[in-house]
Design a protein around this ligand. Structure first.
Ligand code: SF4
Ligand code: SF4
Length: 290
């Protein structure tokens, strides 16, 4: 990893834990950054960053199309498709575009060469600028099977020199999260101070361990008293990068679509420290595991 170009993924086991709060605030406190919103089913980072000069690029996938003159009804393609995107009903092959995962396998197995491919738009990528932050958002059209092709396109963006990339991952631990963290140098897991929060943290922790990604935790909404997520970190020897307090002013700024680090120097310091800690941890990992 080039020490000047670093990719940090921010994850959480469910929505609403503060993943986007942390991502957008870390993006703005960096000297220069790229913020990538991989939560393609519900992107909301742009609501805070309010990027300007937006350019849009459609994202397409290839789906099969049948030539009814060539199809003999053998059903080999139907048997092959693991996603049940094909059915042979009343002497006709039906293709369910919205659940096709574009693997191309049915085209290969068709003995009559009756299947070919056509392009289908599944969503788009938007790119704009918010002061020092390049903002990339992926938007998956409603009803589409998979956001992975959009995430792949988002992550193709080459970082400029001396910039940091913040990847705001989808919530949970499904395959689109795996796709989002695959090139990350470091993963930050955001957790709430409840038993449910600790359970969600354990899920994403298993995921980053599976991918052998260096990681640390940011504890959000911290108050005096018990914090099961903190207990989980201590028990499992997981690095705690820092804590974001339960803070009405911070919550109000966030719910008004404002970025706290741009509004108040105490929040700028808070998120600068968290980013610095994560960057140091990522650099240390690179030295230990070059
Ligand atoms: S391309 Fe793959 S997922 Fe789509 S219909 Fe063919 S076999 Fe099924
Ligand atoms: S494999 Fe080819 S010939 Fe057989 S049902 Fe499918 S499209 Fe038709």
């Amino acid at each position: 990893m080039d020490k000047d170009i670093m990719k940090i993924a921010v994850l959480s086991g469910k929505g609403g834990t503060g993943k986007t709060l942390l991502s957008v605030n870390m993006a703005v406190v960096a000297d220069k950054s790229i913020y990538i919103d991989c939560d393609v089913e519900e992107p909301n980072g742009h609501l805070f960053l309010k990027p300007k000069n937006i350019s849009t690029e459609k994202v397409t996938v290839k789906i099969p199309v049948v030539d009814v003159e060539l199809c003999n009804g053998c059903r080999k393609c139907v048997e092959f498709c693991k996603f049940n995107a094909l059915a042979y009903i009343k002497d006709r092959l039906i293709i369910f575009d919205n659940i096709c995962h574009s693997c191309g396998g049915c085209i290969l197995v068709c003995p009559e060469k009756a299947l070919t491919e056509k392009e289908k738009i599944i969503g788009e990528v938007q790119k704009g600028a918010s002061s020092n932050v390049t903002v990339l958002s992926g938007i998956l059209n409603i009803g589409e099977a998979s956001g992975v092709p959009i995430i792949d396109r988002l992550l193709d963006e080459e970082p400029a020199d001396e910039s940091i990339t913040i990847i705001d991952c989808p919530p949970g631990s499904a395959c689109i999260v795996m796709e989002s963290i695959k090139d990350a140098d470091y993963c930050i897991l955001v957790a709430e101070p409840t038993l449910f929060g600790a359970h969600n943290l354990s899920m994403v922790y298993e995921l980053v361990k599976l991918f052998n990604k260096p990681n640390g935790v940011v504890l959000n909404k911290c108050e005096e008293g018990k914090n099961p997520s903190k207990d989980f970190c201590i028990k499992n020897n997981i690095k705690i990068l820092g804590e974001i307090p339960f803070d009405i002013e911070l919550g109000t700024l966030n719910s008004n679509g404002q970025i706290a680090a741009r509004e108040n120097s105490k929040y700028k310091d808070l998120f600068s420290n968290l980013l610095k800690k994560a960057a140091e941890e990522a650099s240390n990992e690179t030295v230990i595991n070059p």
